[in-house]
Design a protein around this ligand. Structure first.
Ligand SMILES: [Fe+2]
Length: 379
């Protein structure tokens, strides 16, 4: 086990040399803000009791002493005493533990058509319900690949809401807790016709966008109507490789999305690619049907269209897509901030009836985290 070899301090910084040769350089203000004593952290919730303004701006280290496996730090001018255990320092030091963003493209397994030679991430629904390990593995697939397929889901009206209850919460919208995807007369959305739909993400006009979409097939006897999925993070990577300026345009240029019908008027203003502080993609919003009138600076119109066209061409490349036909009792669930979906047109004869619903990623990630903690010996 790693232990402290030596330490030294200046008023603004504590330096620790570890037995394994690594070094921690911890700023006085960071240490004071992360004080673990019960007057600074609620012992039950672990939440911070201090505001940053409660800590003097001229906080400095007055003394440091090692007692057993703890460093006892006294801060001036408060004369505040904090104890930091060796384990806490090892787990939390910002020199030893780089921040990782597992929701960004960096934390994902990006894929294309030939990534699934051993089959798509597909699980039996009965096992998904009964086994915490199967459920954790399936939810991890959503985190890694952005989608999962479930087989043997009962073909009952509204059953999709019970599936959501296994990992999270239903995100109700103006379409209701769930929506039916089948041919409708005078449909308010092209999704409810038998027309083909190009690759898209749902509802970019919402703020926030639903993080997960589920589609449950109740009946499938038409010709055509195959589903297509495409990894929007992979396509963004390809775009960046082929033309960094185009990537920059789609990550910096904000545009408006809108949805209107007789009782709804939704709009948002966002970029197609949302990036984090490291310029890594964390969300894609792409839906040609719901981009509102583009009102960009005149000089931005042509560059935007060039970048938009380039991305649209990439997502339609066959080598980046997977295609399959959902049969009755199959359900697909995908990350609606990453994995684009499309549908081929289908015949007038026969019935294609899917039920769809939305949920959010944070609930799924929380369930995954709890399942992994419960089953950590078996995963
Ligand atoms: Fe859709």
């Amino acid at each position: 086990m790693n232990t402290i070899k030596s330490f030294s301090f200046k008023t603004d910084q504590l330096t620790i040399e570890w037995q394994d040769g690594r070094q921690s350089q911890l700023a006085a203000i960071w240490l004071r803000d992360h004080c673990q004593m019960p007057e600074c952290r609620d012992p039950h919730s672990g939440q911070r009791l201090l505001n940053i303004t409660d800590i003097p701006a001229d906080t400095r280290i007055q003394s440091v002493e090692q007692i057993d496996d703890k460093l006892v730090v006294v801060f001036a001018p408060e004369n505040h005493v904090s104890e930091f255990s060796t384990n806490w320092l090892l787990d939390n030091c910002y020199c030893l533990n780089k921040q990782s963003d597992d929701r960004s493209e960096q934390g994902k397994k990006l894929w294309q058509t030939n990534s699934f030679a051993n089959g798509l991430p597909r699980f039996d629904y009965a096992s998904f319900c009964q086994s915490g390990i199967t459920r954790a593995t399936a939810l991890q697939a959503v985190k890694d690949y952005g989608f999962v397929l479930l087989d043997g889901v009962p073909c009952e009206d509204g059953y999709i809401l019970q599936v959501i209850g296994k990992f999270g919460y239903v995100r109700e919208t103006n379409y209701g807790p769930l929506f039916n995807v089948r041919t409708e007369v005078n449909a308010n959305n092209l999704a409810f016709t038998n027309l083909g739909l190009g690759c898209h993400l749902d509802n970019p006009y919402r703020d926030p966008v639903p993080g997960i979409q589920l589609l449950h097939c109740l009946e499938s006897s038409t010709t055509g109507g195959e589903s297509i999925l495409q990894d929007g993070f992979m396509a963004a990577n390809v775009l960046r490789d082929e033309n960094p300026e185009h990537f920059k345009t789609l990550s910096r240029q904000w545009i408006n999305y809108r949805f209107q019908d007789s009782c709804t008027d939704l709009h948002s203003r966002v970029a197609m690619f949302e990036v984090n502080d490291l310029n890594q993609v964390i969300k894609v919003r792409y839906n040609n049907r719901s981009i509102d009138t583009l009102r960009l600076e005149r000089s931005q119109i042509k560059p935007f269209y060039a970048a938009y066209r380039h991305y649209a061409e990439i997502i339609e490349r066959e080598e980046l897509q997977i295609s399959f036909k959902l049969g009755a009792g199959e359900l697909m669930m995908f990350d609606n901030t990453r994995v684009l979906h499309a549908r081929k047109s289908y015949s007038d004869g026969g019935i294609r009836h899917l039920q769809g619903a939305y949920s959010d990623l944070d609930g799924l990630y929380s369930t995954l985290s709890m399942l992994q903690a419960e089953n950590h010996n078996d995963l």
